[in-house]
Design a protein around this ligand. Structure first.
Ligand SMILES: *Cc1c(COP(=O)(O)O)cnc(C)c1O
Length: 423
């Protein structure tokens, strides 16, 4: 890390990796296999981060490796249409509700940024709504923190984002039908899109009531506002048809990333044909990418999705999540503070605060971060790698076995016992 810090800000290519939220020195990793990775000192860990979601089959899955090497041997990128991208587009559109057409990009950030541009181009409206606690990548107009009190207009959540760039972004709290309905009924004709993670997994795991999502669908349709489901985490994880399938709600546009690249950099956005036809070269909304749809990344994504399907992956992942919940729930009940497991399929989060699991960012107790810090390090010392932040979700893969889950349970019980809990 000392070498890394000399040549990269914070020593990292993405900030959460620097351990600032938990303190200590990040691991530098050397290799991964299945549900485990090894650091450069040769210590092995069970990986409950899975590269933040993409590794749904685990590290170095043979099917993905085969797809990558066989494809790469015939050329990595053409800057022209290739068979692999057509196949992946066919797979995505035949899997996800209402997804008639897609465009490939290289990250989730590009996917959400471009989907919003399409929504604006198609509606001729400028304003968008996002929810506090939802993350949609780092495009300027999405780096907005909620305003205080009754002020709906937010402020930039990052230095370097001009106020003018976020003037058309309104931030609302999750789990509040009234605020949403009032705003859409009053100003809907100015609002191009509402973007939401239907299963918000970037600020804890803020499970939404189906009624809230149903209201969102009904009110956006009524206002002629485009509903964008950001399924960069939930897509192809919670079900083949993502959260849309689970909730039985079809968005107008959806964004994907993470899993659909099989561990390589891929994103995609898509939806109704009449919206996607606004995209160049058919329409006036410009969007492009040199490496978009490159053969190797497309082949890796296809291999991941086909393997998931062949191995009954979505059902098995949910079963693994259920096992984890059964193992951890009694241990969390003995924590020295109020704690519970929040879970959606193979996504999990330990809520370390009093009361019901939070459904909005405003309901999160910042004190949970203090509780998480020593827990994280105790687990890491015990060879268990959770996310280096109290408010990031945990990820399970098909490579996680009952033995891996039991090791997490045992390490957690030991950590609570050592910290004076009644274990
Ligand atoms: C990770 C993520 C993004 C951003 O994707 P990147 O590939 O990191 O740019 C966008 N939306 C959601 C919901 C995400 O989890």
């Amino acid at each position: 890390m000392a070498r890394a810090e000399r040549v990269m800000p914070g020593g990292v290519s993405s900030p959460v990796r620097a351990f600032r939220a938990v303190g200590g020195t990040p691991l530098v990793l050397r290799s991964g296999a299945g549900a485990e990775f090894e650091d450069v000192d040769g210590k092995r860990y069970i990986d409950f981060v899975c590269s933040w979601g993409p590794l749904i089959l685990g590290h170095a899955h043979p099917e993905i490796l085969r797809a990558i090497t066989e494809t790469a041997a015939r050329g990595t990128s053409f800057g022209a249409p290739c068979e692999q991208e057509i196949e992946l587009a066919e797979y995505l559109t035949s899997s996800y509700p209402g997804l008639e057409q897609v465009r490939f990009v290289s990250s989730g950030t590009e996917a959400t940024m471009s989907a919003i541009r399409v929504a604006r181009g198609a509606t001729g409206r400028d304003r968008i709504i996002k929810f506090s606690g939802c993350y949609h990548g780092h495009a300027d107009h999405l780096l907005v923190a909620a305003g205080s009190g009754l002020v709906t207009f937010g402020r930039p959540s990052s230095a370097g984002v001009p106020e003018a760039f976020i003037r058309e972004t309104i931030v609302l709290p999750l789990d509040d039908e009234q605020r949403l309905t009032d705003l859409l009924r009053r100003d809907g004709d100015k609002i191009a899109a509402v973007i939401i993670e239907p299963v918000p997994a970037n600020n804890g795991l803020l499970l939404q009531r189906p009624e809230f999502l149903a209201t969102l669908r009904r009110e956006t349709a009524r206002a002629g506002t485009i509903l964008i489901f950001d399924e960069v985490i939930s897509g192809f994880r919670l079900a083949r048809g993502g959260a849309a399938e689970l909730f039985g709600i079809t968005p107008d546009l959806a964004t994907f990333g993470k899993i659909i690249g099989g561990g390589l950099p891929v994103g995609a956005f898509g939806g109704r044909r009449d919206l996607m036809r606004h995209l160049a070269p058919l329409g006036g909304v410009y969007q492009a990418g040199t490496l978009s749809g490159n053969a190797v990344a497309m082949a890796a994504g296809l291999a991941a999705l086909r393997t998931l399907e062949r191995e009954n992956g979505w059902r098995r992942l949910d079963e693994t999540g259920r096992q984890l919940e059964q193992l951890l729930t009694p241990v969390l009940a003995r924590a020295p503070y109020s704690a519970q497991l929040v879970r959606a399929g193979s996504l999990f989060w330990m809520s370390l605060q009093d009361g019901a699991a939070p459904r909005s960012a405003e309901a999160i107790d910042p004190a949970a971060a203090e509780r998480y810090r020593p827990l994280f390090h105790a687990l890491l010392d015990g060879g268990i790698a959770l996310a280096p932040s109290a408010f990031e979700a945990g990820f399970l893969s098909l490579a996680h076995t009952p033995a891996h889950l039991e090791r997490l349970r045992d390490a957690l019980a030991a950590a609570f016992a050592a910290s004076g809990g009644a274990a």
